[in-house]
Design a binder for this molecule. Structure first.
Ligand SMILES: Cc1cc2nc3c(=O)[nH]c(=O)nc-3n(C[C@H](O)[C@H](O)[C@H](O)COP(=O)(O)O)c2cc1C
Length: 169
């Protein structure tokens, strides 16, 4: 069984709920939440978050406490809400600080409108050693969410299975 870490930021709980489901369906894999110590609640928090995203501000995000060093996970699944067409500032900060340590990444984004924002994946790739291998873009509460989530999980499980078979060979 490969080591998978799920790491995410969530301001209002939508990305959190999705990442909790993903972690649970991947056999209760390790799940950690990023925090930047900034109060992003309410209208003021919304405005601040928008300005941070547009200015590509890098808030201080502490290294999350994980069971293994980040470099030892076979896959790190990173969840973020879309902010002003970009990944959230705390996730940008995490990627900037620790992205080079990650062996392999997959991205999960949640968004509030119908645009898929696939360009966010390439933005996130700027901070990691290798481009991501899997990605999911979801507008929570809309038709098709379960289908796309299942497709993403299938891709992760099938890559895991392949690695195990190669390991056994
Ligand atoms: C500051 C800010 C900017 C946002 N910009 C976008 C955007 O450009 N496009 C979009 O579809 N949703 C946008 N949203 C909506 C969130 O991406 C969406 O509601 C997301 O699912 C929230 O996830 P969370 O509950 O985990 O924080 C924005 C939300 C915030 C707070």
């Amino acid at each position: 069984m490969s080591n998978i870490l799920c790491v995410y930021y969530s301001r209002t709980g939508r990305t959190e709920a999705l990442m909790q489901e993903i972690a649970q369906q991947l056999g209760d894999c390790e799940l950690v939440k990023l925090t930047d110590g900034i109060n992003r609640a309410g209208l003021f928090g919304w405005l601040r978050s928008g300005m941070d995203a547009m200015a590509r501000h890098i808030p201080a995000v502490e290294k999350p406490e994980t069971k293994l060093p980040l470099s030892q996970y076979d896959l790190v699944i990173i969840g973020t809400p879309v902010w002003a067409g970009r990944c959230s500032s705390p996730v940008r900060s995490f990627l900037l600080q620790f992205g080079e340590e990650l062996k392999e990444t997959a991205y999960v984004i949640t968004r509030g409108c119908d645009v898929r924002y696939e360009e966010v994946f390439s933005q996130m790739d700027l901070y990691v050693r290798r481009p991501h291998t899997k990605a999911l873009t979801i507008r929570p509460g809309t038709v098709g969410v379960d289908f796309w989530k299942e497709e993403f999980l299938k891709a992760v499980r099938s890559a895991e299975k392949k690695e195990e078979e190669q390991g056994d060979a």
